[in-house]
Design a protein around this ligand. Sequence first.
Ligand SMILES: [Zn+2]
Length: 305
Amino acid sequence: MRSNRPHFPGLLSPVLLSRRRALLGTLSLLALPAATQVSAASPAKPKQQQRSDVWPHASQVPGGVARLSLGPSARRPAAFSGDVPLLVLGDAIEWTALVGIPLAAAPGDASIAVRPESGADKQVAYTVAPKQYREQRLTVPPRTVDLSPEDEARYERERAHLATVMATFTDLRPDASLQMRVPVPGRRSSSFGLRRVFNGQSRNPHSGMDIAAGTGTPVLAPLPGRVIDTGDYFFNGGTVWLDHGGGLLTMYCHLSRVDVKVGDVLKTGEQLAAVGATGRVTGPHLHWSVMLNRAMVDPALFIAA
Ligand SMILES: [Zn+2]
């Protein structure tokens, strides 16, 4: 659950935003399957390599998503990373397991287990490539990083509650497209994965995307989903969690207003909240996280541009 440690202020600094434009170009290319980059240079490539329109894009790095072919079978196979169930897409001709790779994952060999209706699990191997995320070193007043005993106790209670929220796994809806709409228009930071060092102490990396927007800006559902949690949390402030099925969850933080309640079912584009500056932040913005099989992954892999 480390990856859900909420983020700290300072992530929308002018320096980061000015770098964003240059980085976004690079990042969006990296996020595409390698075959897409090849086919751009040589248009005569076979059809199977033209896969630029699959979401999420494959990116086998910490904080990315692996797309692993499971082959044909009459029924949707069950697949697991450790004991965590995975999202499996497709049809009888070909099934694909999507694996969220935690930011803390070690590069190298990894595998998932595919459970047949009878018999032993089959292992499907993949490789996690290294990715060096940028580092941000900040010196801030000690009070803002060292919690009081009361705040620490509150944070621990919230963390235990959020662990149950993050374990949500429901069936994928049958028409599942996983291409997400951006929940708020605005400048999107490329700070996902940013390694943060406050007063010389390493903190958990930034596990979402920050989008600059004024207080009150509507936050819209990026996919159909069901509200599974709302609350006012110590670090994250006003927060909404959506369940999109198959262990794919999204989280919205620092909200000034929450317009939904647990159990509400939303269509793509329906308003769920308004942008704010609640929790531990220095100014209004939306913090948006995407979680797949309990791993926070880069939201940019799920959006078209
Ligand atoms: Zn953030």
